[in-house]
Design a binder for this molecule. Structure first.
Ligand SMILES: [Zn+2]
Length: 310
């Protein structure tokens, strides 16, 4: 596979340098949000803005196909409806949203609709879109929510929203500049944009990078760009979006434990069992994860932006 040295979408220059290759052979990892890996990944890093870009060297991923036919959005997000498997994050996404219900909310990449359901229950007039037909069928038929199996460009430009929300989507986007233009067209003048994505300045990032499997977010199928607060802010500012607020959060229970260097399936299962089994251990564990958020070092960066009116 030849790696094209394309321009950095933020710096608009050929500023990517080789960072590392990762060979991961993790299998039989606990269910939930994590998938098994048998991958060889090349990571590039922009020398100016520190944006990471990943390429899968083993599998020539057909991105359109993994979202539409393999239903990775549906598979990854369905478990979030299971209360026993607590995949909620340590920071409530709604804390970042200043507009109150019944504001109009659009979620891009709504998956199985876990966030959309919460938004709807809070009284927001919400619409979810996703490329994954199975996910949209679930959202419309089982949850009875307003959702469409389409791309953002298929939505009428004259229909404007107060809030546009993306969680775990932006890092999959090959042309973030184009997406931001499309979002801006559909936001009201004082609208807000909330983006949640893997935090390339998390404790998990620094710790995992020391280990053999590196950062698990580099290995997720379909992840292309890996942002941190500064370069995300820089990218958004090029589209007149101003950073208003940001926070981090960590999925309370998933396979990878943010404090461990390497993946250890037995230990991960043991920790999950203890956390689920005891209220006290669970409280301590969640407090440890919340402690990371104090330093903005949780696994997920959530940032809110408003259009900068000059
Ligand atoms: Zn750059």
């Amino acid at each position: 596979m030849t790696i094209e040295n394309k321009n950095c979408p933020i710096c608009k220059k050929k500023s990517f340098n080789f960072y590392k290759t990762i060979e991961s052979k993790i299998t039989h990892i606990p269910g939930g949000l994590d998938r098994s890996y048998n991958e060889k990944i090349m990571v590039l890093k922009c020398k100016n803005c520190k944006l990471f870009k990943t390429f899968d060297l083993n599998n020539d991923l057909n991105l359109e196909k993994i979202y539409t036919e393999e239903s990775i959005s549906y598979e990854a997000s369905l478990s979030k409806h299971n209360k026993l498997f607590d995949s909620s994050i340590t920071t409530d996404e709604f804390n970042l949203i200043t507009k109150k219900a019944p504001a109009k909310l659009l979620e891009i990449g709504c998956g199985a609709g876990q966030f959309l359901l919460r938004a709807n229950n809070k009284g927001y007039k919400s619409l979810g879109i996703d490329l994954d037909k199975k996910a949209i069928d679930f959202v419309t038929n089982n949850l009875k929510l307003n959702a469409k199996n389409c791309k953002l460009i298929d939505l009428n430009e004259n229909e404007k929203y107060d809030i546009v929300f993306l969680m775990g989507v932006f890092e999959h986007i090959e042309d973030p500049n184009q997406l931001l233009q499309e979002i801006k067209l559909r936001l009201k003048e004082d609208g807000e944009l909330i983006i949640g994505l893997p935090n390339a300045k998390s404790l998990n990032f620094y710790i995992s990078n020391l280990g053999i499997d590196s950062w698990d977010m580099f290995l997720e199928p379909g992840h292309i760009f890996h942002y941190q607060k500064q370069n995300l802010k820089k990218l958004l500012s090029q589209h007149d979006f101003k950073l208003v607020n940001y926070s981090t959060g960590t999925v309370k229970i998933r396979g990878k434990i943010p404090f461990l260097v390497n993946r250890n399936v037995k230990l991960e299962k043991f920790v999950n069992k203890c956390v689920k089994g005891s209220k006290i251990i669970r409280w301590i564990y969640i407090m440890l994860l919340k402690f990371l958020d104090l330093f903005k070092m949780g696994d997920i960066l959530i940032a809110s932006f408003k259009v900068n009116k000059i």
